[in-house]
Design a protein around this ligand. Structure first.
Ligand code: SAM
Length: 305
């Protein structure tokens, strides 16, 4: 460790509390690292990084750089998506020999759209422990500033790059009663937002959270139908790393009031069939259900007149 090492940070009186937790041997420490600003790492994570015998990481150069910034020097083991099985075996053997090993990914929480789950699975199957060192994850960071009111969220991660597969998945998620959370890369952001508009129509809210915790951090919330124009207005808005949040399906969260409201307006001018068909396009609710409801509303309207 250098003069400005993590151990210096760990001399503040409050930090004696890192010791309230035990750090057993023969344990894998699954440790979250920053998603942008290098300072977003927990003091306990630094304590554990100082303590472990080795750090298993997605990219040894990235992790070496992070550890160097905190004055920590540790042996590194490569554990990426192409060697996860092999890495898991090596890690299990080292844990069985009594070591402590930290598992990190390039950014954020391991196992969240990142390697890690196979290694944790192998560790647990070998009867060993995996303990979490919580910290940043882009999904949760974006949700925290979305202001979207649904408490539930559905983590989708990256959509497939092939259009047909992407459409199928988006269609299957249309009525999920939760905010949808997607990850996206800059070269596909425009295409993906277009696909979202096609799948869910223009009226749901979208949050485009870009470069979180970095210099050009942007969080933009608008109607899905307005998002393509917003992205196109400035090429910078298409650069960087993205989390996309989509407001939950009105059909799934609505107790029927919104469907009724739309149907009543349309039924004043149109047939039951036409009203149900248009209401389905406006609300993303199922046409058959709207048709049945429209028959009831029409009968009530006729009875009133
Ligand atoms: N394990 C990470 C986590 O816990 O969020 C995710 C890793 S995944 C390979 C990388 C993707 O996460 C990026 O393509 C982007 O969609 C999202 N992401 C990571 N950092 C981000 C940031 N600073 N701002 C916005 N999105 C980010």
């Amino acid at each position: 460790m250098t003069e400005h090492s993590a151990s210096n940070l760990l001399t503040l009186p409050i930090l004696s509390e890192v010791g309230l937790q035990t750090y057993p041997l023969s344990t894998l420490y699954v440790l979250a690292t920053p998603i942008g600003n290098v300072c977003d790492i927990s003091l306990r994570a630094l304590h554990v990084l100082s303590l472990v015998d080795a750090v298993a990481c997605e990219d040894t150069r990235n992790t070496a750089h992070l550890l160097h910034r905190y004055g920590i020097s540790k042996p590194l083991l490569a554990a990426h998506q192409h060697n996860e099985h092999e890495a898991a075996e090596k890690i299990v053997a080292r844990l069985q020999a009594g070591e402590r090993i930290a598992l990190v990914s390039d950014a954020g929480t391991p196992g969240v759209s990142d390697p890690g789950a196979r290694i944790v699975d192998a560790v647990l199957k070998a009867g060993l422990r995996a303990l979490p060192l919580p910290g940043p994850s882009a999904a949760i960071t974006a949700l925290s500033v979305s202001g979207l009111l649904n408490d539930q969220f559905h983590f989708v991660g990256f959509l497939p790059s092939k259009a047909r597969q992407r459409e199928t998945i988006l269609a299957s998620l249309a009525n999920v009663p939760a905010t949808l959370v997607l990850y996206e890369a800059p070269h596909r952001i425009v295409e993906t937002v277009d696909a979202l508009v096609s799948a869910y129509g223009p009226t749901r809210q979208i949050v485009i959270a870009r470069e979180l915790t970095k210099l050009f951090e942007t969080v933009h919330r608008c109607l899905l139908g307005d998002a393509p124009e917003w992205l196109a207005a400035d090429a910078m808005r298409q650069k960087g790393e993205f989390v996309i949040l989509i407001e939950s399906s009105p059909a799934a969260t609505d107790d029927g009031a919104e469907g009724d409201r739309i149907l009543k307006i349309l039924l004043a001018e149109l047939s039951v069939k036409q009203a149900a068909s248009l209401a389905a396009q406006i609300s993303s609710q199922k046409k058959n259900a709207l048709y049945d409801r429209a028959l009831v509303l029409k009968a009530l309207q006729d009875a009133e007149n």
